[in-house]
Design a protein around this ligand. Structure first.
Ligand SMILES: Cc1cc2nc3c(=O)[nH]c(=O)nc-3n(C[C@H](O)[C@H](O)[C@H](O)COP(=O)(O)OP(=O)(O)OC[C@H]3O[C@@H](n4cnc5c(N)ncnc54)[C@H](O)[C@@H]3O)c2cc1C
Length: 672
């Protein structure tokens, strides 16, 4: 078996990735370990009802991509609000107690959020052990995070809280039904667990029980325990990925479905089984108007219930409900289905949470390896983790990265272009444009000056054509390397670069670059004559020649030219600046600038700089981090953004303040 793109894991993330690749005309194959696609999105039919064993709520529904897909595919959406904060008829939970609990919960979240910018801590630090509402807050952490307060990272939790919207809707036909339907057209191999990715050779080889599968690019979209436990390995090993996956274990949430006998039952009612108990379920009674109860268990309680037999687990749920609704309900409720997500061989849990201090692992896990292996899955989402829409978005991002990597030309094929502005225009003229097979000595002897002008004219024409083509190509294809990088490599320096599109990059980074390097970037046409005049006057006084260069000029120099060369280089720089201003536009110029500029010795681009200095990528940067990277840009060989002293600290902090000025005054309007 062989395919250009192979996606491993057919959950929401893998399906989204494979669909994007297929819709882009890619040759793609999806390998799924189990006998169905959907993963933790799984709807089953029991009688007339579609039951969601895994995801069921379209969280952040107004911006959830599955909402859009559901509408496009003709699925029915139920927008009845979730009544999680209500106790139907105050059963077993007096109104006054509910108020007291709400106050305690609000205090807990506010306290936690106050500490979010400090060191990471467990959520349990923000509620007293003897607080009477601690068991219920702990249970809610179990439902939401799959883990109790003591195991949940403050930083991770806060990132989710910031991003989550208030709309939670349901799909009448089932969330799992929708996600599986979306994957229907895909070429899939079921029962095909990949145990190893051999990425030593030019093509990767994936080991499966159905034989070897060859691929050029692979997207790994499996749950974190599969990587952390070594069920899917890499040869050579990629220990950073295994560590990242281990820092993001799956917590546990399980469901028990009970059928209701008789027509007399509440619709869309919610109750907590016992608000004072350490182990209790959250119940949706008659949801979607159906004669069904969904009991939801989380954290340690779910772990305990999962160990119970089917009868024992159902008894627990029926017992809690009978205590609230009345003993007659014991006879009215009958078990329909239950889940055991921890025991699912290829999943092993419900949704990821970060261990304390490990929230940054989400970004590390999501980073591509070697431009060939890409990672997706809910755990890769920095703020929408633990959801099906977060999984979808990571799948799309991985597919886009794989497609972009595939479009990038290999260094070898781009060499002729790189040598185009040859210092020997006569060579170009004779070897490329003179089709005349007659030996030069046999040609009639033209006057020397005319021939010289002929050569110069042809050389100039060739240079113009090649340079326009070169710049035009980089409008769509990211520059694979620059002369500065080549120089580093020739001097034995290892180089690190990690392209990030401007769409993904935190807007603070372009703002800091504008603040530090070129405040009029959005206002000029590539040249800031005021700044140039000042630089000229300084240079007249002697000393080192200073540039007064705009970001456009720096980009032209970094991408197409060498760093040295004085005023001759400046001439070529002006030409390339003119071209990029007209062929690329400001946003692309900024994108390329922030990806090729040196941000430290051997480190190229703001993203690689951010990973090097701050341990996370540039998709989320504070103004201080962006300011410090921008402060390094003028002298990357001498400055470092981490633990900065003297100038970099002062200048970086000043730039951090100017980030807001740039935004407030619309100085970044051309890159938004
Ligand atoms: C009980 C429960 C309730 C939930 N409720 C909600 C909710 O209401 N709303 C919401 O948005 N989210 C909810 N979620 C979370 C949501 O279901 C997941 O976040 C999402 O489905 C994960 O998708 P994924 O593609 O990242 O992973 P998965 O769905 O786990 O897909 C990974 C796939 O990889 C396969 N695989 C594993 N190993 C290999 C291998 N070696 N080779 C090939 N394939 C392999 C697996 O079989 C699986 O199909 C819930 C989850 C659970 C369990």
């Amino acid at each position: 078996m062989s395919s250009k793109f192979v996606v491993i894991g057919g959950g929401a993330a893998g399906i989204a990735a494979a669909r994007r690749l297929l819709d882009s005309g890619g040759d793609v194959l999806l390998l799924e370990a189990s006998g169905r696609i959907g993963g933790r999105a799984h709807s089953v039919r029991v009688g007339r009802e579609a039951l969601d064993l895994g995801c069921s709520w379209l969280h952040s529904a107004d911006r959830n991509p599955w909402t859009r897909i559901a509408l496009a595919e003709g699925f029915q959406i139920d927008r009845t609000p979730a009544h999680w904060r209500e106790q139907w008829r105050d059963l077993g939970f007096a109104a006054a107690d509910q108020e007291a609990f709400q106050a305690a919960y609000q205090q807990f979240t506010e306290r936690a959020l106050t500490y979010r910018n400090g060191p990471d801590r467990p959520l349990s630090d923000f509620i007293q052990p003897d607080n009477p509402w601690r068991p219920l807050i702990d249970a809610i952490s179990g439902y939401a995070n799959g883990a109790n307060l003591g195991a949940v990272s403050l930083h991770d939790w806060a990132a989710y809280e910031d991003a989550a919207g208030d709309d939670n809707w349901r799909l009448v036909e089932g969330y799992g039904t929708l996600i599986a339907a979306y994957g229907k057209r895909l070429p899939v191999r079921l029962d095909c667990p990949v145990s190893m990715i051999d990425h030593r050779g030019p093509r990767m080889r994936l080991v499966t029980p159905q034989g070897l599968v060859e691929a050029d690019r692979v997207i790994v979209a499996v749950p974190t325990p599969i990587i952390a436990d070594g069920d899917l390995t890499f040869d050579p090993p990629i220990s950073a990925k295994r560590e990242a996956a281990a820092g993001l274990p799956l917590g546990l949430a399980d469901k028990i479905f009970l059928g209701i006998r008789g027509d007399d039952y509440p619709h869309n009612a919610h109750v907590i089984g016992n608000p004072h108990a350490a182990c209790s379920a959250s119940y949706q009674i008659g949801y979607l108007g159906r004669p069904v109860v969904e009991a939801f268990f989380g954290g340690d309680c779910a772990e305990a219930i999962e160990r119970e037999s089917d009868a024992g687990a159902a008894d627990f749920a029926i017992g809690e409900l009978a205590r609230l609704l009345g003993n007659d309900w014991r006879l009215r409720l009958q078990p329909l289905a239950r889940t055991r997500w921890r025991a699912e061989r290829f999943i092993r849990g419900s949704y990821s949470h970060a261990r304390i201090g490990e929230a940054g692992q989400r970004r590390l896990l999501a980073q591509p390896h070697d431009d060939r292996i890409f990672f997706a899955g809910e755990a890769c989402s920095a703020s929408d983790f633990s959801t099906a829409h977060g999984a979808y978005e990571t799948g799309i991002a991985a597919a886009e990265e794989a497609l972009a990597a595939d479009r990038r030309p290999r260094i070898v094929t781009s060499m002729p272009l790189m040598t185009a502005p040859s210092p020997h225009p006569t060579d170009i003229a004779t070897t490329q444009t003179d089709p005349d097979p007659m030996p030069a000595r046999a040609k009639p002897c033209r006057p020397f000056l005319r021939r010289l002008f002929g050569w110069i004219w042809k050389g100039a024409l060739a240079f113009v054509i090649v340079s326009v083509l070169w710049v035009g190509i980089y409008r769509f294809i990211n520059p694979p390397f620059t002369f500065t990088m080549l120089g580093d490599v020739l001097h034995g320096q290892l180089i690190t670069k990690q392209w990030m599109s401007i769409d993904r990059m935190d807007p603070n980074m372009p703002r800091a670059a504008i603040a530090g390097e070129d405040a009029r970037f959005c206002l000029h046409d590539g040249f800031d004559f005021g700044a140039l005049r000042q630089a000229y006057q300084r240079n007249q006084k002697g000393g080192r020649i200073r540039g007064g260069s705009t970001i456009s000029q720096q980009t032209a120099k970094n991408v197409f030219l060498i760093q040295s060369g004085g005023y001759v280089r400046k001439g070529f720089e002006a030409w390339f600046t003119f071209l990029i201003e007209h062929l690329w536009g400001k946003r692309r110029i900024m994108e390329v600038y922030l990806n090729v500029a040196e941000t430290g010795i051997g480190t190229y681009g703001a993203n690689a700089g951010s990973i090097r200095y701050f341990g996370h990528d540039a998709s989320s940067m504070s103004p201080t981090e962006a300011g410090r990277i921008a402060a390094v840009l003028p002298l990357p060989k001498k400055r470092a953004a981490i633990d900065p002293r003297g100038f970099v600290r002062r200048h970086g902090n000043a730039l951090a303040k100017y980030v807001n000025v740039v935004r407030g005054n619309g100085l970044d309007s051309c890159v938004r």
